[in-house]
Design a protein around this ligand. Structure first.
Ligand code: CMP
Length: 154
């Protein structure tokens, strides 16, 4: 069964351009509950750790530089089939390939400055959520932590 939670990030370009509120509104209108949100600035070490899977790729250093260039929003969003539905709403990583109406089509500038991030599997959603939020924060936001554990145990 698909999990009900995923992590979304609004990246520095979209925050700087003033798109964050519009993006959150589109997420809510698509039926997601925005369970917990924080605005923060990643350190170099944090960005390297979050994107560790891309370590060694040609775009890694510039990705880290970009992701530390300004404030981001991190949010835990909740809905049936959260991972797939958020990825569909975001659109393709490369905005040139993103479908009309998707967030990246509207707000991304390039493959790297692509406005938003979403987890790519239930397992990664769990890891990525706990990169930015503590279990205590999620419980206090009304999150059903058991569901998150069910994902990790499936
Ligand atoms: P994201 O969904 O956050 O996951 C990894 C990020 O790396 C991706 O969005 C892009 O911002 C960036 N990325 C992936 N592929 C490339 C690429 N070929 N060139 C530049 N940036 C990339």
């Amino acid at each position: 069964m698909s999990g009900r939670h995923t992590l979304m990030l609004i990246k520095p370009n979209a925050v700087k351009n003033g798109y964050a509120q519009k993006i959150f509104l589109e997420v809510a209108e698509a039926g997601f509950k925005i369970l917990a949100v924080k605005k923060l600035k990643l350190s170099k070490e944090e960005a390297e750790a979050f994107y560790y899977v891309h370590n060694g790729k040609p775009f890694f250093d510039s990705l880290v530089e970009f992701m530390t260039s300004g404030a981001i929003y991190a949010a835990v969003i909740e809905k049936d089939n959260a991972v797939a539905d958020w990825r569909k709403l975001m659109g393709a990583t490369d905005p040139a390939k993103a479908e009309e109406g998707t967030i990246r089509k509207k707000y991304a500038e390039s493959m790297q400055h692509n406005a938003v991030h979403g987890s790519d599997s239930d397992e990664n959603a769990l890891n990525e959520i706990f990169f930015y939020f503590s279990a205590r924060e999620i419980v206090n936001a009304g999150g059903k932590l058991m569901q998150l554990h069910e994902i990790s145990n499936k």
